[in-house]
Design a protein around this ligand. Structure first.
Ligand code: 13P
Length: 349
């Protein structure tokens, strides 16, 4: 199956009432782990690469690994997504490379750290939407600012410093025409999200529910959605790691979000923890080993297990065969003739 439009993947998820995990990758083993999990659970999937990942792996390696995944698993719909594009140029280069979806994170300036003004965010996101939709590529925008820092990208702080204002979310979606919208409801990137188990009073689920009511056709995205399970933390620490006690986003909160329009759920940290724990274990228990396959294989298996679990919890399991992929050129036609518009568009100021 060719790489598919993320818009199609999310429209199908909305029809089916489920969420789709978007898992970050930097190398071959992570892509393999995700694809094995997708095959095992029969799940459509979003594979995403940050700017840091593109730099680390190099664009051409990454792109051809993705093509290999599409070739080897023809029964699995795969969208390839740019995570946290920091500028029009980053998104443009991803689209030209062959990504079928981009995130323009205009909530921060191009330095990836300083929060922007609303108008600046609208302007850059709208520019990306115009360029991307003409080419059949999906766009995710962000309104409000996530906490934490990931791959050097992020405003830092807790996730509760710039929670999304629902009025702004509606205006932003209408003026930009984004397909998917990341909102800030108190989550943050990385392992250190909460110092105690968060409940409905910590995560602003009421804001999410209100935004979905007012923007029923815009697919909502939850970033910073690793659950940071204690068992994964324990493996890392048992074999010489030094993680401090921490809590992530409970899966039940994500599932509540899915009932209210969350279609894309970003997960990176849980997989990083699984990989690191597995590698530490091998090297701790068998210090004589030096063949990278001796630790990369268990690391890949540990990540596959986490991804398969999330796919089942998010509800995407079993849905890989529900639909045939539309050609990206047909998606572009849908944007051009107005059949794929998400929110009632008003002209940009
Ligand atoms: P986590 O750090 O919670 O895995 O979040 C990843 C993410 O949101 C990527 O954009």
């Amino acid at each position: 199956m060719p790489l598919v439009s993320m818009r199609q993947l999310l429209d199908e998820a909305a029809k089916g009432g489920y969420g789709v995990g978007a898992f970050n990758v930097n190398n071959m083993e992570q892509i393999q782990a995700i694809m094995e999990a997708a095959q095992q659970t029969k799940s459509p999937v979003i594979i995403q690469a940050s700017r840091g990942a593109r730099q680390y792996a190099q664009d051409r390696y990454l792109y051809h690994l993705m093509l290999a995944a599409a070739e080897l698993y023809p029964e699995i719909p795969i969208a390839m997504h740019q995570d946290h594009g920091n500028s029009f140029e980053t998104c443009k280069s991803a689209i030209e490379l062959g990504f079928t979806s981009v995130m323009m994170d205009g909530s921060l300036k191009a330095d990836g750290k300083t929060p922007t003004e609303f108008e600046e965010n609208v302007e850059v996101t709208r520019r990306v939407v115009d360029f991307a939709h003409e080419r059949g590529v999906t766009v995710e925008g962000e309104i409000g600012v996530l906490g934490g820092i990931e791959d050097g990208h992020g405003a830092g702080g807790t996730g509760l410093e710039h929670v999304t204002d629902p009025d702004q979310a509606v205006e932003f979606a209408e003026r930009t025409g984004v397909d998917a919208l990341a909102i800030a409801i108190g989550t943050s990137h990385g392992a250190y999200k909460f110092s105690k188990k968060p409940d409905g009073s910590v995560l602003k689920m009421d804001i999410l529910i209100e935004i979905h009511k007012r923007l029923p056709k815009t697919h909502l995205v939850m970033h910073g959605s690793s659950s940071v399970p204690k068992d994964l933390q324990d493996v890392v620490n048992q074999y010489g790691g030094k993680l401090k006690e921490t809590w992530g986003v409970p899966v039940e909160e994500i599932q509540l979000g899915i009932q209210h329009g969350v279609r894309k759920i970003n997960v990176d940290t849980d997989n990083r923890l699984a990989i690191t724990g597995a590698i530490r274990k091998v090297l701790w228990e068998s210090p004589e080993k030096f063949d990278p396959r001796d630790y990369n294989k268990p690391a890949r298996e540990a990540m596959q297990k986490v991804v398969a679990t999330r796919m089942t919890q998010f509800g995407q399991a079993g849905h890989a065969g529900d639909y045939s992929p539309l050609a990206i050129a047909d998606i572009a036609k849908g944007y051009a003739d107005g059949s794929l518009v998400t929110a009632p568009l008003v002209s940009a100021k």
